[in-house]
Design a protein around this ligand. Structure first.
Ligand SMILES: *Cc1c(COP(=O)(O)O)cnc(C)c1O
Length: 355
């Protein structure tokens, strides 16, 4: 048995994999594979309609927001956001809480002025800056709600007086949010919503079309909104598998239910990190992420040894990102409490061996 703690592409429920595999052979008893059908076919049209409806229902998306399924990953959003929202010569404000946040700011700086309102780079992004001022003349304020690499998370939407844009790639659908607090939410699917290849964008319609820029149609949110995510060939299979995962989440009881589970999972793992003298969390206590748990040991030898033990126990993908070192356990929606317990057991076993 493998326990997949990989940061992304991530674990999805087994039943999703099974149904997704079946659809490759025979989609909806059509005698055709999902991989060969037209994206304009009735059957696939229905998939897009249901996927959008599930996102709207699970996140309670207000009617004046568009829900889009795009390609290019969250990284394309780093560029699309300023293309669509930042006027020529205008200014955008960014909160720098990690590599992804800083990449997003860098892309925006190619299109206009960027003001970094605060940064935690002074302590290798182990905390979330709490005090900052967003200039009132900024076209928008951008932040990253969950810092996948460092294991820090911002649970509350910052109160700002300019349009609020958030990269929710690694905590979308993991906890309840009030979509109306945001003007634009984006998330690469492969951390918590589905497989790689599709990016979810939820955008308030009335913030679009105001930058005064000429935007290539493929990068203009309005083209995709107008065409119901069918401006060009969408990532058919990635949308389909996302739909299966959203169905699974709904059947489980929705986001409130998964949030409660995620809280218990995270607490179980952090409790062991805090109790076990061989391990140490890297993120500031109050900023700890519920999705990515980063921790280290005292020496490289111990870490190599624990990694070996983890491998023997089928614990996959726990090696930390090179910029943090140690370990990172990504504990997304589909990862079960029993996988958390398997990791905790391995940590206890290590302690028994060496104490
Ligand atoms: C993984 C990740 C990205 C990059 O996503 P791509 O889809 O690979 O472009 C951006 N932001 C966050 C928070 C991420 O976790």
């Amino acid at each position: 048995m493998k326990h997949n703690f990989g940061a992304g592409p991530c674990i999805l429920p087994k039943e999703v994999f099974q149904e997704a595999a079946q659809a490759v052979i025979d989609f909806n008893n059509s005698g055709l594979s999902i991989l060969e059908i037209s994206h304009r076919s009735k059957d696939f049209e229905q998939v897009v309609i249901e996927t959008e409806a599930l996102v709207r229902e699970l996140l309670a998306v207000p009617a004046d927001y568009s829900v889009l399924f795009l390609q290019g990953g969250a990284s394309q959003q780093f560029a699309m956001v300023p293309m669509n929202l930042l006027p020529e010569g205008g200014k955008a404000a960014y909160l720098d809480t990690g590599v992804w946040a800083s990449k997003a700011a860098k892309e925006a700086s190619k299109l206009g002025n960027v003001e970094i309102v605060a940064s935690s780079s002074d302590k290798n992004y182990t905390y979330i800056p709490k005090v900052f001022t967003v200039p009132t003349d900024a076209a928008y304020f951008h932040y990253t709600s969950n810092n996948t690499i460092y294991g820090t998370e911002i649970f509350e939407a910052p109160k700002v007086n300019v349009p609020l844009v958030v990269d929710m790639s690694s905590d979308i659908l993991s906890r309840t949010i009030n979509v109306a607090d945001y003007d634009l939410i984006y998330a690469g699917a492969q951390k918590n919503m589905g497989p790689a290849g599709v990016t979810l964008v939820i955008v308030k319609n009335d913030i679009l079309g105001k930058s005064g820029r000429t935007i290539p149609a493929i990068f203009d949110y309005r083209s995709h909104a107008l065409a119901g995510s069918m401006y060009n060939t969408p990532p058919v299979y990635s949308i389909y598998v996302s739909m299966l995962n959203l169905r699974w989440l709904k059947a489980k009881g929705g986001i409130e239910v998964i949030e409660r589970e995620n809280i218990i999972k995270a607490r179980t793992l952090y409790d062991e990190i805090d109790r076990n003298p061989f391990f140490r969390g890297t993120a500031n206590l109050e900023d700890r992420s519920r999705m990515n748990v980063s921790f280290v040991m005292d020496t490289a030898e111990q870490e190599a040894e624990f990694l070996e033990l983890a491998k023997e126990r089928g614990l996959i993908g726990i090696k930390g990102h090179r910029s943090v070192g140690g370990f990172r356990a990504s504990i997304y929606n589909a990862l079960t409490l029993s996988s958390i317990n398997a990791l905790v057991d391995a940590m206890k076993e290590f302690e028994e061996r060496y104490k």
